[in-house]
Design a protein around this ligand. Structure first.
Ligand SMILES: Cc1cc2nc3c(=O)[nH]c(=O)nc-3n(C[C@H](O)[C@H](O)[C@H](O)COP(=O)(O)OP(=O)(O)OC[C@H]3O[C@@H](n4cnc5c(N)ncnc54)[C@H](O)[C@@H]3O)c2cc1C
Length: 398
């Protein structure tokens, strides 16, 4: 990959830089964590407003076609944007499941009507999306899902349950995978629906995580009616459509996570600089220095691995199973980073809030606990290893 920026790319970078410098509210982390537990309406409002402002400035959906409300730019600009967001420690985009997954899938498979209806409101964060894939008895083995959709005139009637559904408690739409043909082989009887989360018969029950937050939910469907025009990509074709979403998920993760890892590492170095042990800053300790240096190297490697995936996209190829290596690098790097934060804080790491050296009163304890989910969400580490073994290295199926 050629990392030299063209004059147009340089001017795009300057545009992003000057916008961020003018528009970024520096204490957003503190505001997000003010008061009681997150999530709470104000925290979401802050992130909604941020995404809307980014969209109005033209920085959401860079690679989406102009007809879908995007800017029709390349993944190179997307990478520049993420790099600048990392350097400026900018908040994440809230509607990430729409921007990174649902939107590109609708653009790839949608009818003209669907392509006109959904993408613009995803970009502006007017309509938030969630992903209804996992069920109590099907996670890694997604094709075993049992939520049923039974035809009734022009509608399908949905019954069943999803679980671990991130953002369902604030979502307006769901990417729903449901079984439409129970007699077909399991990969062949699934359909992908664009489901209105405000439909009668949907119950959302938040699940509290180890962090104390309730980011994800159980979602129950009790005779929920969805019109057949809400099918994406054809009846019983949900497996192919659903996998496209997952490929985009890993790609979106690659971009977003590279930024998050870099921000977390910068924060960790600051924590080490501000923390004294035996009368000297922790950054003077040779073992800690080695660990920080290794994390810096890993973060750079992660960035360049992402760049390889981008090269593929720039050549017009689809994201492939190599994205799984990126997911693995993120998980291992991020969990090690969070463990080092706990090591640096020492006994104070046991206190959830108000530690004298923590950057934002318990932020590191929170992110440490949250990082345990990294090796499960978006496909577990074992599943990523299977994909890498079979599809990248060409090893026989286990
Ligand atoms: C924070 C978070 C957010 C999430 N958000 C969403 C969401 O928005 N939407 C959604 O649909 N899902 C979501 N998930 C669910 C996630 O995708 C699943 O948890 C994940 O795919 C694993 O499925 P499972 O929990 O059913 O575990 P299982 O599939 O039951 O796996 C249990 C264990 O067995 C291992 N295992 C299973 N099969 C194999 C195999 N073939 N080879 C080797 N080991 C194997 C797994 O690695 C794991 O360690 C989220 C999960 C988390 C933690």
């Amino acid at each position: 990959m050629d990392f030299t920026l063209t004059p147009e790319q340089k001017s795009f970078r300057d545009e992003v830089r000057s916008w961020l410098a003018k528009n970024l509210d520096e204490d957003w982390v503190a505001r997000l964590r003010q008061g009681s537990d997150v999530p709470r309406p104000e925290a979401y409002q802050l992130l909604r407003d941020w995404q809307r402002r980014m969209y109005e400035a033209g920085f959401v959906g860079l690679t989406w076609p102009k007809e879908a409300g995007g800017r029709g730019l390349t993944f190179m600009e997307e990478m520049i944007l993420h790099e600048e967001m990392a350097l400026h420690k900018a908040p994440p985009v809230l509607n990430i499941l729409a921007i990174g997954m649902a939107g590109p899938t609708i653009i790839a498979y949608g009818t003209e009507e669907q392509k006109k209806r959904y993408p613009p409101k995803m970009l502006s964060c007017e309509e938030i999306w969630c992903q209804g894939y996992s069920e109590p008895n099907s996670g890694s083995d997604l094709a075993a899902l049992s939520t049923r959709a039974v035809k009734d005139g022009e509608h399908y009637v949905i019954n069943g349950q999803k679980v671990w559904t991130s953002l369902a408690h604030i979502a307006d739409f769901m990417m729903l995978l449901a079984r439409t043909d129970p007699d077909a082989p399991k990969h062949k009887g699934i359909t992908y629906f664009l489901l209105d989360m405000h439909s009668p018969g949907i119950t959302v029950k938040p699940l509290k995580q180890i962090t104390g937050d309730a980011e994800f939910n159980e979602v129950y469907f009790d005779n929920v009616r969805v019109h057949e025009s809400q099918i994406l990509g054809g009846l019983n074709n949900g497996w192919a459509v659903g996998l496209t979403t997952l490929m985009y998920e890993r790609l979106a993760l690659g971009f977003g996570l590279q930024v998050r890892l870099r921000i977390a590492l910068d924060g960790l170095v600051e924590l080490a600089r501000n923390t004294k042990k035996n009368g000297a800053p922790v950054t003077k300790d040779p073992v800690t220095r080695q660990k920080l240096a290794q994390l810096w190297i890993d973060t750079e490697v992660f960035k360049y691995t992402g760049a390889r995936a981008i090269t593929k996209l720039l050549k017009g190829e689809l994201p492939g199973p190599e994205a799984s290596t990126g997911k693995m690098m993120w998980v291992e790097g991020h969990q090690r980073l969070q463990e080092l934060a706990m090591e640096i804080e020492g006994p104070y790491s046991q206190i959830m809030s108000g530690t004298p050296w923590s950057l934002a009163g318990g932020l590191w304890q929170h992110t440490f606990l949250r990082s345990r989910a990294n090796s499960i969400e978006g496909g577990t580490t074992e599943i990523q290893r299977n994909i890498i073994g079979e599809r990248v290295l060409g090893l026989p199926k286990g």
